[in-house]
Design a protein around this ligand. Structure first.
Ligand SMILES: [Zn+2]
Length: 154
C-alpha cells in the first residue's frame, strides 16, 4: 500500500518512510486531477473539503488532526494496524526503495571511520546516497517510542 499525503504532512511522511512505507507528497493543494491520478493510493489528509472529494470518488483516505505529529502517527497506526518497527528500507529524501549493497563497491562514498565500523549499507539509486545503520538509529527508536507513547507531553 502506498500513501499519498497532503503537503502539510511532510513530517508524517518521513516517519512512514522510516517504517517502510512508500509515500508521495502532493506539493500543492490536492485537486480532483490528483485524486483521479493517484486513486489507487491511500490518501492521508487534514482537510475536510478534500475528505469530501475523496469520499465521493470512492478513494481510500484517512482524515488526520492538523497540528500534532504524535496524534497523526498514533491515529494512523491504530486505524490501519501498521507495524511500529523501523524498517529503514526507503530513502527518506525521495521515497525510493533502498538497495542493500556491499561496502567494498562504494568505498569512495563512505567516510573511512564509518567504513571501518559498519557492515550494513544501503544505497538510493535516485539520490545516489549511501545509508548505514549508525548511532542515529538509536535516536530514531527513542523518538518513535516517544511518539507512540500514550503520554501527551513534550
Ligand atoms: Zn533517495
Amino acid at each position: 500500500m502506498e500513501f499519498f499525503l497532503e503537503a502539510s504532512l511532510k513530517g508524517l511522511s518521513k516517519w512512514l518512510r522510516f517504517l517502510g512505507h512508500k509515500t508521495k507528497i502532493c506539493e500543492s493543494k490536492i485537486t480532483k486531477e490528483d485524486i483521479f491520478k493517484y486513486k489507487d493510493k491511500f490518501f492521508l489528509i487534514t482537510s475536510p473539503e478534500t475528505a469530501e472529494m475523496l469520499e465521493k470518488a470512492g478513494v481510500r483516505y484517512l482524515l488526520l488532526p492538523r497540528e500534532s505529529l504524535k496524534a497523526q502517527l498514533c491515529l494512523l497506526i491504530n486505524k490501519l494496524d501498521l507495524k511500529t518497527e523501523l524498517k529503514l528500507n526507503i530513502c527518506t529524501v525521495c521515497g525510493e526503495e533502498l538497495i542493500p549493497v556491499k561496502k567494498e563497491n562504494f568505498k569512495d562514498l563512505i567516510p573511512p571511520k564509518v567504513y571501518a565500523y559498519y557492515n550494513e549499507f544501503n544505497y538510493c539509486p535516485k539520490c545516489e546516497k549511501i545509508y548505514w545503520q549508525g548511532d542515529h538509529i538509536k535516536r530514531l527508536e527513542k523518538k518513535l517510542k516517544f511518539l507512540l507513547s500514550q503520554k501527551f507531553e513534550d
